[in-house]
Design a protein around this ligand. Structure first.
Ligand code: ADE
Ligand code: ZN
Length: 338
C-alpha cells in the first residue's frame, strides 16, 4: 500500500540534516538585505530562484555562502530560524537537529554570539509556541584549515550548554575527515556528539575515516558507502544512521534521476536511513517534499515510510521519554492504517 501525503505529514518525524542557512528563502533574503542596506545582485525573488541551477556541490556552495552574506544582526538569525521552524511544523516535524556554519559568519565579521543568540532564541520560542524540540549541531567548514576549526570550537565553549554536537560540511572532495581528527577529539572530550558529511561526493574511504578517526554517531548523506559491500555491512551491524537528502542529491547531480537514488537500496540493506531536506530553500523542498518525491520515484511502500519516520525519531538526540511517545504514535498510526 502507498502512504498518502496526509498520512506522511501526520507521522511524527525528526529532521536530522538541515543547514539553517540553507533554509534562507529569497523573500526573507530580500527583506533582510533591505533592512541591513546590503545589495543583492539580483532584481527579484524570481531571478534569485532562477539562479539555483547547480552542477555539483561546489557550484551550490558558492551561491549558499553568498546568500548568507546579507545576515548581520541577531534578529536576522532569529527570523531565519523561526521561518524554518514554522515550515517544519507544517510538515509534521516534531523535533529538529539544526546545523549552523559559524565560520560562514565569523569569517565576514559577524560575532559568534550574534549568530548563536539569534538561532538559540528562535529555538526556545519555537519550542514554546510551536511545540518543536531541537538540538544544535555546530559544523566546521572543511575547506578551511583545522586551526580555524579549533578556534571556532574554543569560541563555542562559552556556550557549551547550547550545543549538542559538531559536524563537518562544505566542499568534500580533497578535504577528508582525517584533516579534522584533533578538533573532533577535543569536541568529543567536551561531551559533544560527532557527525560528519561523508560519501556525498567523496569516496567510501571518507565514510570509513569519519567512523574511525572522528568517531561519528551518524553519517550525513553516505550515498557512496554503497560502493563498498564491507562498509555497508559495517554500517548495518553498527546501526549507524544515515541522514539522506533525496532532493539535494538530485539538485547537486549526485544522482541524475531520483529513480536511481540509493535510498531504497539502503533500506533493503538494513541501514538506518532517514529522510531530510539539507538546504530546502535551494533544493526545492522541505522534509515532506523529500518524503513524497522519494515515495513516488522509488515506489516506497507505506511500511517503508513508517520505517523512515521511526528511524528519524530513533536516530535523534531528543529526550528518551519524548522519543518513546513519538514512536508509539507512529506505531498506532501504522496499525490504524492497515
Ligand atoms: N553545506 C550546506 N549544504 C551542504 C551539503 N549538502 N554538503 C556539504 N556542505 C553543505
Ligand atoms: Zn548537508
Amino acid at each position: 500500500m502507498k502512504a498518502s501525503d496526509d498520512f506522511i505529514r501526520r507521522l511524527p518525524k525528526a529532521e536530522l540534516h538541515i543547514h539553517i542557512e540553507g533554509s534562507f528563502e529569497p523573500e526573507l533574503m530580500f527583506e533582510i538585505a533591505h533592512r541591513n542596506g546590503v545589495h543583492i545582485p539580483f532584481d527579484s525573488v524570481e531571478a534569485v530562484r532562477a539562479a539555483y541551477e547547480f552542477e555539483d556541490l561546489q557550484s551550490f556552495l558558492d551561491i549558499y555562502y553568498q546568500g548568507m552574506g546579507v545576515m548581520l544582526a541577531e534578529r536576522d538569525f532569529y527570523d531565519l530560524t523561526m521561518a524554518y521552524l514554522r515550515r517544519a511544523r507544517d510538515d509534521g516535524v516534531v523535533h529538529t537537529e539544526i546545523f549552523f556554519d559559524p565560520q560562514g559568519h565569523t569569517g565576514r565579521g559577524v560575532a559568534f554570539e550574534t549568530v548563536l543568540n539569534g538561532i538559540w532564541k528562535a529555538l526556545r520560542d519555537g519550542e514554546r509556541t510551536l511545540g518543536i524540540t531541537s538540538r544544535l549541531i555546530m559544523c566546521f567548514l572543511r575547506h578551511l584549515d583545522e586551526d580555524d576549526a579549533l578556534r571556532t570550537l574554543d569560541q563555542a565553549m562559552a556556550f557549551r550548554d547550547r550545543i549538542a554536537g559538531v559536524g563537518l560540511d562544505s566542499s568534500e572532495v580533497g578535504h577528508p575527515p582525517g584533516k579534522f581528527e584533533r578538533v573532533f577529539t577535543r569536541a568529543r572530550e567536551a561531551g559533544l556528539v560527532a557527525v560528519a558529511h561523508a560519501g556525498e561526493e567523496g569516496p567510501p574511504a571518507y565514510v570509513e575515516e569519519a567512523l574511525d578517526l572522528l568517531q561519528v554517531a551518524r553519517i550525513d548523506h553516505g550515498n557512496r558507502a554503497l560502493e563498498s559491500m564491507a562498509l555497508v555491512k559495517r554500517l548495518a551491524a553498527e546501526k549507524i544512521p544515515l541522514t539522506v537528502c533525496p532532493l539535494s542529491n538530485l539538485k547537486l547531480c549526485v544522482v541524475t534521476d531520483l529513480r536511481d537514488h540509493p535510498l531504497k537500496r539502503m533500506l533493503e540493506a538494513g541501514l538506518v536511513v532517514t529522510v531530510n531536506s539539507d538546504d530546502p530553500a535551494y533544493f526545492g523542498g522541505y522534509v515532506l517534499d523529500n518524503f513524497t518525491a522519494a515515495r513516488d520515484a522509488l515506489d516506497l511502500s507505506a511500511d517503508d515510510i513508517v520505517t523512515l519516520a521511526r528511524n528519524s525519531i530513533a536516530a535523534s538526540w531528543a529526550d528518551e521519554v519524548r522519543k518513546q511517545r513519538w514512536l508509539a504514535e507512529i506505531d498506532a498510526m501504522a496499525a490504524a492504517s492497515i
